[in-house]
Design a protein around this ligand. Structure first.
Ligand code: GLY
Length: 357
């Protein structure tokens, strides 16, 4: 089992990574009170809930099982968590445990941030995407019909347990959706990791344990470093949103859950690289290499054909990075280095928005 640390002073916490480590990670030692509320979904609970409950003997363990899907990442679902917490008389010393993918993790963290003005929570991410990105760093929240992740809070967990054994029951489409976030770390931060990913992409798609462990570990190392430097996204943390401004627009336009987050990020990343290329910052070769990896993973490399330029502009204008009415984008300056900027030729952006036409 590998152990990393997110260094945030007295809110620092470990990330444990390995195969079949749920029983080794001593989850109960991160529960400070006597009550636990497990939040999971209808797909994950039948597969993995009992193994977690077995680790919590001697505690009051309650559960709320939500429907599965991005379309349920809303305040109504968070309210179901509050209903259970109150019905089962959970007090301020309770610990919420998220057992699921990014949707479960984001909503559980948000419920923990709000319940009785803040209680502890633990992340047990079960998808590739949630292990390499959303479970680490304390971004929590829900979607609004007018924009992705528009209601939320920064709120850090007590521990993250990233067990790659969960991937044996993960749908291929979900594995692919996590790969776009893994490739992101190479593009924005670590050129060597990008090259390693090119060499090992088929092994990752095949969920080879050694390749997958390294991919998750290196991604979490980079995420932990970036979050330690810039917890509330005043600077470098925004790099982690490569492809997300385009991607969030796609998810919102297509209806939450129709494109998986990671699929929309893949198409969005290609759009960000396309614009970086048009600006003369990166070569067509880097764009082609990234596309090739996404294609091996079965990820989309073009936005949906039914989205117009105006659809994009309208939806991208409610992005959280918008400043003084200007769309700001994460673009790539060179392999391993990103930039957040509103200083680009809007005619070039229009050409990028039209690449599927
Ligand atoms: N998923 C991007 C971030 O955590 O900042």
């Amino acid at each position: 089992m590998d152990a990393l640390k997110v260094e945030l002073g007295d809110r620092s916490y470990p990330i444990f990574i390995g195969e079949n480590i749920l029983t080794q990670s001593n989850i109960a030692s991160f529960v400070s009170g006597k009550q636990v509320m497990i939040v999971s979904n209808e797909t994950i609970a039948p597969l993995h809930l009992q193994a977690l409950v077995d680790q919590l003997a001697g505690l009051q363990v309650d559960q709320v099982i939500l429907p599965d899907g991005e379309q349920f990442k809303n305040l109504a679902s968070v309210e179901l968590i509050f209903d259970q917490l109150l019905e089962k008389r959970h007090n301020r010393t309770t610990t919420l445990i998220a057992l699921g993918g990014g949707v479960v993790g984001d909503m559980t963290g948000f419920a923990a941030a709000c319940y009785q003005r803040g209680v502890n929570f633990i992340q047990i991410p079960t998808t590739l995407l949630s292990q390499v990105d959303s479970s680490v760093g304390g971004k929590t929240g829900v979607n609004h019909p007018l924009g992705k992740n528009m209601v939320g809070a920064f709120y850090q967990p007590q521990v993250v347990v990233a067990d790659i054994g969960f991937f044996s029951t993960l749908a291929k489409r979900e594995v692919a959706a996590g790969i776009s976030e893994v490739v992101k770390y190479g593009l924005i931060y670590d050129a060597d990791f990008f090259v390693w990913l090119e060499e090992n992409m088929q092994a990752i798609v095949n969920i080879d344990p050694q390749a997958m462990s390294y991919a998750v570990k290196r991604s979490c190392e980079i995420k932990a470093q970036v979050v330690a430097e810039d917890e509330t996204e005043q600077g470098i943390r925004a790099w982690l949103n490569l492809g997300h401004t385009f991607g969030h627009a796609i998810e919102t336009h297509q209806g939450y859950g129709n494109w998986l987050h990671g699929e929309a990020v893949a198409a969005g990343t290609i759009m960000a690289l396309d614009l970086s290329c048009r600006l003369g910052w990166i070569s067509e070769e880097l764009l082609a290499r990234t596309k090739a990896m996404f294609e091996i993973a079965g990820l989309p490399v073009l936005p949906p054909e039914n989205m117009t330029e105006d659809d994009f502009i309208q939806l991208m204008s409610v992005d959280k990075k918008v400043l003084e009415g200007k769309i700001r984008l994460v673009l790539i300056k060179e392999l391993g280095r990103a930039i957040v900027t509103d200083d680009f030729d809007h005619d070039l952006l229009k050409q990028t928005l039209a690449i599927a036409k």
